[in-house]
Design a protein around this ligand. Structure first.
Ligand SMILES: Cc1cc2nc3c(=O)[nH]c(=O)nc-3n(C[C@H](O)[C@H](O)[C@H](O)COP(=O)(O)OP(=O)(O)OC[C@H]3O[C@@H](n4cnc5c(N)ncnc54)[C@H](O)[C@@H]3O)c2cc1C
Length: 382
């Protein structure tokens, strides 16, 4: 069994993988940039299963690091401890080991101590100030309070001790090991936005998009997701709701179930802003639909018409058929945005059961709770 083979690579000892493919999925004229990546794990001994995520250790933007160094009057050669205590040149420490975007409360408190005009930062350290802190931090990065208080200075060591550790980011794996045993595919939205007059770049998504070349290894590890597996019984039907990058694990599910000849049926709900510019993996998914790996396929493009249409609206339009799949024991999967989509989809699921199953709201809730208990309702949301 493959699970008996172990790799020496892990989060603590990540594998230096090479990025083989970096391709834009959304069209150039889309307001979003979502990319497809293929990472080689050849020779690593790493084993993954569909449903798992890949952990990626990013590096910070060298231009942002340079700006911070200049603001603080450092050359970058100064030696500082990294988070594990090992001495490193400051520039390297800021590029690889410390978070130079999200400011810590400690950094704000230290600025408040050194500059009376920042005394209002001191309140951020109190538990009651959570909301104020969140409001202040929204759209602000480490560079902002530094520029807002130009007279504040630190020693290099003092400064890094006020930073958080740079954390790896997780990405749902978009490939099946049955089809790509030596590769891992990802579907990643590049985070970029403007705030306070500055262009902001998501650390890991722009690292992958712009700063990884084919020769420079990227440190990765497998993050197992036992809660997000396909049904053990291959004859069970699978319903997948995966708008945006939520499509990633379902591309893997479909590849896997096709490779294993699973007899259960598949139904995918995919959504994005516009069909012409944002239909991720359109050709692959339409081909799977055509060849009947994907038995039912519904899309919702929110901005193609005046009234916004989302995946949950498509679910309700299909309530009767959806309910009959549930009654046949289908597994229901959701992946993608946790802040709104996952809640809206859960409500639509309950409504489906009410409408098509002729049940009261309380009975529909009990039905959904039972699906959760039976592990037939599985979520991977972020
Ligand atoms: C299990 C799991 C699976 C995931 N799978 C995927 C996947 O398949 N594909 C994918 O793309 N992502 C996925 N993610 C999310 C991913 O891990 C990262 O969080 C995402 O790529 C952003 O990371 P980043 O380093 O690029 O951005 P960061 O540097 O972490 O910046 C993101 C932060 O920027 C801030 N921000 C963003 N937009 C704005 C705005 N408009 N105004 C103000 N502030 C803003 C927010 O604070 C946000 O948290 C997954 C997450 C988890 C936990």
């Amino acid at each position: 069994m493959s699970s008996l083979i172990t790799s020496s690579y892990s989060r603590k000892n990540p594998f230096p993988s090479l990025l083989r493919t970096n391709r834009r999925l959304t069209r150039e004229d889309s307001s979003k940039e979502t990319r497809h990546y293929e990472v080689s794990i050849a020779g690593s001994g790493l084993i993954y299963e569909v449903g798992d995520s890949l952990g990626v250790f990013p590096q910070n933007d060298p231009l942002l690091v340079q700006e911070i160094l200049e603001r603080l009057g450092f050359s970058g050669e100064e030696l500082v401890p990294d988070p594990s205590g090992e001495m490193k040149p400051l520039r390297e420490a800021l590029l690889r080991y410390y978070a130079v975007t999200e400011p810590s409360k400690q950094l704000l408190a230290a600025i408040a101590e050194k500059d009376a005009t920042a005394s209002h930062f001191a309140i951020f350290s109190t538990p009651e100030a959570k909301e104020h802190l969140e409001k202040y931090l929204w759209g602000r990065e480490v560079i902002d309070p530094l520029l807002e208080h130009p007279q504040v200075h630190f020693t290099p060591e003092e400064f890094v001790k006020l930073l958080r550790k740079l954390q790896p980011r997780l990405y749902s794996i978009a490939s099946s090991p049955k089809v790509y045993p030596e590769e891992i595919h990802l579907t990643v939205a590049t985070v970029q936005y403007e705030s306070l007059g500055r262009q902001r770049l998501g650390v890991c998504s722009t690292f992958l998009a712009n700063r990884v070349s084919e020769e420079v290894p990227v440190s990765v590890f497998i993050h197992s997701a036992k809660h997000f597996r396909l049904p053990e019984d291959p004859s069970r039907h699978v319903i997948m709701v995966g708008p945006g990058t939520g499509i990633a694990p379902f591309r893997a599910f479909l590849q896997e179930r096709r490779a294993t000849g699973a007899t259960g049926k598949h139904w995918l709900f995919f959504g994005e802003q516009r069909r012409e510019t944002d239909f991720l993996y359109r050709e692959e998914l339409e081909a799977m639909h055509h060849e009947k790996t994907l038995h039912r396929f519904h899309t919702a493009f929110s901005r193609d018409q005046e009234q916004k249409i989302y995946v949950q609206h498509r679910m309700l339009e299909e309530a009767k058929e959806l309910y009959s799949w549930l009654e046949e024991g289908a597994y229901f999967y959701v992946c993608g945005d946790a802040s709104r989509m996952a809640k809206d989809v859960e409500q639509a699921l309950q409504k489906t059961i009410e409408l098509a199953g002729g049940r009261s709201p309380e009975e529909a809730l009990t039905y959904v709770e039972a699906m959760k208990k039976e592990k037939r309702y599985r979520k991977d949301v972020y």
